[in-house]
Design a protein around this ligand. Structure first.
Ligand code: GDP
Ligand code: IMO
Ligand code: MG
Length: 431
């Protein structure tokens, strides 16, 4: 039996989807534990590209069981679309996909509120959300007003939805936001609920049975540590616990049953949406990284902001997640650069600090302290064995290990499964 959390160590889009796909060869069950269809996880298999938003990336490997845990917020219409997309591409889902009956439902008014708040916000208060209704749905959850997946199975669903839509329309109208046609929208949700009903189950009990039976469980984090509502760059965060702790609360698997945490970081840094980003590059190198790395959001199509690797961020992520080892992705994107910079600390008000300040106003004033490393003498693209990486690339990885305090176990040099290599001795053996 093994239980392993795969978690983003930056601001999301670290390549978690690819790495989950690589690491699920021997897994039985793959669990999403938080977030919703704000996520966009890309997996490239052969010449086929899949972008998953809600369904765990493990669905692409035949026979694996995929679970959306209680910590997820689920947009029923988006979920049906994703299911249909996979069915159209020949994937079998029956008996493989399960939705926690405790997962909260994202309703169309959550999306209106999210989009409405963003369009009404000024430059100082705009978050740059994905407008998928994530924040409002989690707000309803914690204020104990939410609708859960189990409620989609109840006989009174139509009345329940109708009451909610009527009440919420009043609130939307009062806030100057778009109201929704009640009867029509209720019918859309009822139709989606009917499609999803066969997948809804008590996944907590299922997961405990799987673990007792000695099965391997992989938890697929969405977003990243810096977008975690507690540990990230609040308020420029998402509304869930993206960090490893969320795997326990978001699945019902207790912390003492989670054995290993794998952090995923890019060899540089990206961020989508608003919020401070100390190592952001607004020069030609930033543009080069964005172009070579194809840094465009997998969910919203927005360009991702690019910058150097920030070891202060990664060190923080190592600490709050308990990262046992890292996977470093997109090394190939740095191919050809003469100098590669790493931010090792920040300067704030004339002092050098090694940890992130909690207030975003202070974080925004942090200036990166850089260390320069030489670029590699030949490309990493096409390399399949760690031993064959250029020496400068190995030195860079060694430096990241030293600065973050965790070893690098896997290196990725392209979007495909086979563009991945294990670092000999890099993955600590537990037990
Ligand atoms: P996720 O949200 O963490 O799953 O990451 P995304 O899928 O949003 O973004 C990562 C992007 O980088 C995707 O387009 C991947 O196909 C791609 N990718 C992943 N690993 C590598 C890599 O090592 N090199 C390159 N060039 N692309 C990669
Ligand atoms: P994956 O799983 C990158 C960002 C948004 C915005 C902030 C809040 O693909 O790594 P939200 O819609 O969640 O309320 O938006 O979080 N964001 C992501 N950025 N990758 C993601 O997911 C993200 N999910 C949300 O851009 O800044
Ligand atoms: Mg993504």
């Amino acid at each position: 039996m093994s239980t392993r959390v795969i978690v983003g160590g930056q601001w999301g889009d670290e390549g978690k989807g690819k790495i989950v796909d690589v690491l699920t060869q021997d897994a039985h069950v793959i669990v999403r534990y938080q977030g919703g269809n704000n996520a966009g996880h890309t997996v490239v298999i052969g010449d086929q590209k899949f972008i998953l938003h809600l369904i765990p990336s493990g669905i692409l490997r035949d026979g694996k069981i995929c679970v959306l845990g209680n910590g997820v917020v689920l947009d029923p219409v988006g979920m049906v679309k994703e299911i249909d997309g996979l069915l159209a591409r020949g994937k079998v889902l029956d008996g493989r996909l399960f939705i926690s009956d405790r997962a909260h439902i994202v309703l169309p008014y959550h999306k209106e509120e999210d989009a409405g708040a963003e369009s009404q916000a000024d430059a100082a208060t705009k978050i740059g959300t994905t407008k998928r209704g994530i924040g409002p749905a989690y707000t309803d959850k914690v204020s104990r007003k939410g609708l859960r997946a189990g409620d989609l199975l109840a006989a009174d669903l139509k009345e329940n939805l109708t009451t909610r839509f009527i009440q919420r329309n009043e609130r939307l109208a009062a806030a100057g936001m778009t109201t929704l046609p009640v009867a029509e929208t209720v019918e859309v949700i009822l139709a989606a609920a009917k499609r999803l009903a066969p997948f809804i189950a008590d996944t907590t009990v299922m997961l405990h049975k799987a673990i007792r039976a000695g099965e391997n469980v992989v938890f697929e984090g969405a977003q990243g540590t810096m977008l975690d509502v507690d540990h990230g760059t609040y308020p420029y965060v998402t509304s869930s616990n993206a960090s490893a702790g969320g795997a326990a609360s978001g699945s019902g698997v207790p912390p003492n049953r989670i054995q290993e945490v794998v952090g995923v970081v890019k060899a540089y840094t990206t961020r989508v949406g608003e919020g401070p980003f100390p190592t952001e590059l607004s020069d030609e190198i930033g543009k080069h990284i964005a172009t070579v790395g194809r840094e465009v959001g997998a969910t919203t199509g927005r360009p991702r902001r690019c910058g150097w690797f920030d070891a202060v961020v990664a060190r923080y992520a190592m600490m709050v997640n308990g990262v046992d080892w890292w996977t470093v992705t997109k090394m190939d994107v740095l191919d050809g650069l003469k100098v590669i910079r790493i931010c090792t600390a920040y300067e704030l008000d004339g002092k050098v600090i090694e940890n992130m300040p909690s207030r975003v106003e202070d974080f925004a004033r942090c200036k990166p302290v850089y260390e320069d490393m030489p670029g590699w003498s030949r490309p990493t693209l096409g390399v399949t064995r760690y031993e064959d990486l250029p020496d400068e690339a190995k030195s860079y990885l060694k430096r990241l290990e030293k600065l973050t305090g965790a070893p690098v176990g896997i290196v990725s040099v392209g979007p495909r499964r086979e563009e991945t290599m294990e670092v000999p001795g890099g993955i600590p053996r537990k037990g």
